[in-house]
Ligand binder design. Structure first.
Ligand code: ADP
Ligand code: MG
Length: 252
């Protein structure tokens, strides 16, 4: 299996002088192509910072990050944003959608930046994705006229527009009720089974238990890397139990 993302002793600090504090303390991590990973840990342990670092969204102070064979430190701002746009998709707790655009236009926005593609092709793709996640009838709606779960689905469509190799999700189910969260995980599992790697930050053992590997963070380091057996449709309770036991053991 090819390694898609490599983080090698990443150090990230905030503040200057006496105020300077390491938020990532030499984190090393590898994510393979097609892997489905969760990141858990107390609030402030560095989960979002790690995701921003690995995705090249935010620079680091030390260490090396390689994505799809490319060393991020050797790339200029434009190259980096091209790599992010073509290789990665992002889903957040609150989708960052533009209020003056309808659902469809928000979804096609990132793809429109690629001038090699035409609007008709892009729109067709967006409609197929919306169909797939069950929001086809909402394309003309204003984004203030859809539910939180529907908006998250639109966010997933947007993240998938450029066929990313990896989706980074920072607490994507954090604002959803249990049913919507599990529906969203069904969708992520499906996307993952088609070969897209996914890295999800979550506080929810039931969400993490849907992945195949969980990295636990504390104070800017990964303190445990738990691998779960493949999901076979009937071992969910067992998986949740494994995650819960580990969380208790680590005091998370
Ligand atoms: P988590 O996602 O695990 O809750 P974060 O990665 O968001 O944690 O933050 C880790 C630590 O880094 C926190 O103490 C937070 O206050 C600090 N931090 C994050 N971003 C910044 C920033 N831009 N400036 C200063 N401190 C920050
Ligand atoms: Mg966070």
């Amino acid at each position: 299996m090819r390694t898609l993302v490599i983080g090698d002793h990443i150090v990230k600090s905030f503040g200057e002088g006496d105020e300077k504090r390491n938020v990532l303390n030499g984190v090393s991590v590898e994510i393979n192509e097609g892997e489905f990973v969760a990141v858990m840990g107390p609030s402030g342990s560095g989960k979002s910072t790690l995701m921003f670092a690995l995705s090249g969204t935010d620079g680091v102070n030390d260490g090396k990050i390689v994505v799809d064979g490319r060393d991020l430190s050797e790339m200029g701002e434009n190259e980096l944003s091209d790599l992010r746009r073509t290789t990665m998709g992002f889903v957040f707790q609150q989708p960052t959608m533009l209020k003056n655009l309808n659902v469809l236009d928000n979804i096609i926005l990132p793809a429109m930046r690629d001038n090699r593609k035409n609007v008709a092709t892009i729109t067709k793709k967006a409609r197929a994705l919306m169909q797939r996640v069950g929001i086809a009838e909402l394309e003309k709606r204003d984004i203030t006229q859809v539910s939180g779960g529907q908006l998250q689905r639109a966010g997933i469509c947007r993240a998938l527009m450029n066929n990313p190799s990896i989706i980074f999700g920072d607490e994507p189910t954090g604002a959803l009720n249990t049913t919507s969260a599990q529906e969203m995980m069904d969708l992520f599992s499906e996307i993952n089974s088609e070969g897209t790697a996914i890295m999800l930050v979550t506080h929810d053992a039931k969400v993490a238990a849907r992945t195949e590997r969980i990295m636990f963070m504390r104070d800017g380091t990964i303190v445990s890397d738990l691998r779960l057996p493949k999901f076979n449709g009937t071992n969910m309770e067992d998986r949740v139990e494994k995650v819960t036991v580990k969380m208790r053991e680590l005091g998370i």
